[in-house]
Design a protein around this ligand. Structure first.
Ligand code: MLT
Length: 328
């Protein structure tokens, strides 16, 4: 015989489930986990914490950063993609995880263009070609000559296969036809510590990560990959000025959520991110770190979706060609 209590229980469970997946007027009613797919202290982590702090105030709930490094950021972004789409787990990926990874991991468990609800681009930042402070070369020209002569003994630090620092490095090596030894870290935060300590020789890393070290003289900077110099490191030339005009790179970060967010949850996250990107303290911090916030039509889910699709299509052949030269 059917037990009426079990029927009521089932009804209550179904109602709770429906509440969880449909519109959540009270969202957020508990802290939001922000997965950063790289080590703490690196560029993605810094961006997530600056924005998370502001978004916590807008949403009246804490955004709590959780660092899940590994496999060039794809471990953490897989976790984001596979989390419930309820707005309580989101992630901050980058050029590597959200556009290069599919070209480098045939068995990647997420599709940057299909597995996420895009929240928006968070920032753009150029890369800087940096080396340990006792690197003998005094400028980019000398450094490139040094690399060609010493490629067998120099080593290059990056944040894992498919990370931004790895992808930009691989295209750089392909252009120069060099094959340095590659040393993988769980993020460029720890890689930079080893560069300062002289355990690795050079990196190409987001300005976001290295401006204080360049200013303090604990590492050497040979060139920024943007078309104009960065005000916070005005003595560092652009690759254009330093006779490497064909080498330009812009890195970006992006906030995403698992696919299937309730519309009102998505709208709240998009709005909170946009408010953070308009905040004068956030913009001041970004400027100090060499980053810029997306403006106007560069903001929001549609712009990010378009960027991810364009970047995936752009990087696929570039990486295929670069890897064919033997750079890994
Ligand atoms: C990081 O946060 O460690 C970097 O963004 C990693 C990378 O180079 O992609």
């Amino acid at each position: 015989m059917r037990n009426p209590t079990s029927g009521m229980l089932l009804g209550a469970l179904l109602a709770a489930f429906a509440d969880d997946t449909a519109a959540q007027p009270s969202y957020p009613s508990k802290p939001i986990i922000v997965i950063v797919p790289f080590a703490a202290g690196g560029p993605t982590d810094v961006v997530a914490r600056i924005l998370g702090d502001h978004m916590s105030r807008t949403l009246a709930q804490q955004l709590v950063v959780e660092n899940i490094g590994g496999a060039g950021g794809s471990t953490g972004m897989t976790r984001v993609a596979q989390s419930p789409p309820d707005g309580y787990t989101i992630g901050v990926g980058n050029t590597g995880t959200q556009s290069a990874a599919p070209a480098l991991y045939p068995n990647l468990k997420y599709d940057p263009a299909a597995s996420f609800d895009q929240i928006g681009v968070t920032n753009n930042t150029p890369m800087v070609i940096i080396a340990k402070k006792d690197m003998p070369a005094k400028d980019l020209k000398e450094f490139l000559a040094y690399l060609k002569q010493n490629q067998a003994k120099v080593n290059f630090g990056h944040a894992g296969i498919g990370s931004t620092s790895h992808v930009v490095g691989v295209t750089f090596f392909a252009q120069l036809r060099i094959k340095p030894a590659l040393v993988a870290y769980r993020g460029t935060g720890p890689a930079l510590n080893d560069l300062v300590g002289g355990q690795i020789d050079f990196m190409i890393d987001q300005a976001l990560n290295n401006i204080p070290q360049i200013q303090a003289g604990t590492i050497k900077a040979y060139a920024v990959t943007s078309t104009t110099r960065l005000p916070s490191i005005p003595d560092v030339p652009t690759t254009l000025e330093a006779d490497m005009p064909e080498f330009a790179a812009n890195a970006w970060n992006a906030m995403v959520a698992p696919k299937g967010l309730p519309a009102n949850v998505k709208a709240k996250l998009v709005d909170a991110l946009s408010k953070a990107l308009d905040d004068s303290d956030v913009l001041r911090r970004f400027a100090e770190l060499g980053a810029t916030a997306p403006q106007g039509a560069e903001r929001g889910p549609d712009a990010l979706q378009k960027l991810v699709e364009t970047e995936m299509a752009r990087l696929k052949p570039i990486l295929k060609e670069a890897l064919a030269t033997g750079a890994k």
